[in-house]
Design a binder for this molecule. Structure first.
Ligand code: PLP
Length: 400
């Protein structure tokens, strides 16, 4: 920092110049992100409340009451009006909180140390295991790319504290058999956490639209906690993740006492202290504004475009879908060309897709329009026509 500050005009000019290097959602080139542009209404509300801190909720009791109401709305979406929880920094923090809560359960605190996750689990579970010094057991997937239930059964040991099911995997959007996981969790008295960071704001609306997609929520007795992220398909601002518990009993002994706050003593089970009130207010407003109908329409449009992408990929020689999309996520690979080279060529043309072992992932978020997808398919076909045949060196998604 220099001794003398710069004028605001100079700073704004510099910011505009530097941020010219950022990508933007309106270009339609961001095809591999689970975040999107919030509504203008959401952004306006967010920017009006930047000073609100839910790390000290006694000062911001109105904001705090909106958080409880937002959690109630999300709880109802997940078939549990009794749900409690927090809006936190994102899916990673939500998953950390869930695993910590499972680890702290009175039946196994300090005695058991293993968590069982599908191979498709997000890296946040590796972070949780690393931070809490837990053993992470990764269970293979079946031919549908959801977790192999028999393998989960075999992996359960006297040391298991937590099973994880995914509702909307990061790579392909698949949904695990949460009913079967719930039965296993009940039989073995294990915490079942469902990571619906992405699928939580998609699956309920797909069901309302008549799609045949698995249930994943508190309908199943064994589910003790769910991650569901407003800043993904909830169209909330960043940061906004959600951790929802079946009831306050599940949080059990996982509260920290925070006595020094200006607003008075609180108990808190989040990882971070200072927390965005603006995100909570903006998210509450977004859910009130869109209603189920609004979300349903957004999900319907995303699914229509997803089907266009899937059909388009299917029609291009040399590439193939890894599986038919279950939600607005499409994974494709190639037996003819090296998928890593396809990724490189797409990036050279400005396409920001997601690269997973052996496949490219596209997420059709609300900012993706039909015209963007048509341009993408045109480029993909051009790339495959130019590339020299050289099969992908498969590691994971080798099954044909
Ligand atoms: C299923 C799943 N869980 C958790 C996360 C982590 O979310 P965040 O990036 O908000 O921490 C992601 C991110 O894509 C995800 O797909």
């Amino acid at each position: 920092m220099k001794e003398e500050g710069l004028s605001q005009e100079k700073i704004l000019r510099r910011i505009n110049r530097i941020l010219g290097n950022d990508m933007n959602y309106s270009s339609g080139k961001i095809l591999g992100s689970m975040c999107t542009k919030p509504l203008r209404f959401t952004n306006t509300i967010y920017t009006h409340h930047l000073d609100k801190n839910l790390g000290d909720p006694g000062l911001w009791v109105g904001t705090w009451s909106l958080e409880r109401d937002a959690i109630r709305m999300i709880g109802k979406l997940l078939h549990n009006p009794e749900a409690v929880g927090y809006l936190v920094t994102g899916g990673t923090e939500a998953n950390l909180i869930a695993v910590r809560t499972a680890r702290n359960h009175r039946h196994y605190y300090n005695t058991k140390n293993e968590i069982i996750v599908p191979e498709s689990a997000h890296a946040s579970f590796d972070k949780a295991a690393d931070l809490m010094r837990l053993k992470i057991v990764k269970v293979p997937l079946n031919e549908e790319y959801s977790v192999d239930i028999e393998a989960v059964k075999e992996a359960i040991s006297p040391n298991t504290i937590c099973l994880v099911g995914i509702a909307g995997t990061t790579s392909l959007g698949t949904v695990d058999d949460v009913k079967a996981l719930s039965d296993l969790a009940i039989d073995n008295d294990i915490h079942l956490h469902v990571d619906a960071a992405f699928g939580g704001f998609v699956i309920p609306f797909l069901k309302e639209l008549g799609h045949d997609i698995r249930d994943f929520d508190f309908t199943f007795e064994g589910v003790r906690s769910i991650t569901i992220d407003p800043h993904k398909m909830g169209l909330g601002p960043i940061p906004a993740g959600g951790i929802i518990f079946r009831n306050s009993e599940v949080i059990g002994t996982s509260y920290f006492d925070i006595p020094y706050l200006a607003g008075g003593h609180i108990r808190q089970a989040t990882i971070v202290g200072t927390r965005s009130g603006a995100s909570v207010i903006a998210m509450w407003a977004t859910m009130k504004h869109l209603g189920r109908k609004g979300y349903r329409e957004i999900v319907k449009k995303c699914m229509n475009i997803t089907n266009l992408v899937a059909r388009g990929i299917d029609e291009i020689d040399g590439v193939r879908l890894v599986r038919n999309p279950v939600m607005n996520v499409v994974g494709f690979t190639s037996d003819v060309y090296n998928i890593y080279k396809i990724d490189k060529e797409l990036r050279r043309r400005g396409w920001a897709v997601g690269l997973f072992p052996d496949m490219i992932r596209i997420v059709v978020m609300p900012h993706v329009e039909e015209c963007h997808v048509e341009k993408f398919l045109f480029d993909l076909e051009k790339i495959t026509n130019k590339l020299v045949p050289e099969p992908t060196p498969f590691h994971v998604y080798a099954r044909t």
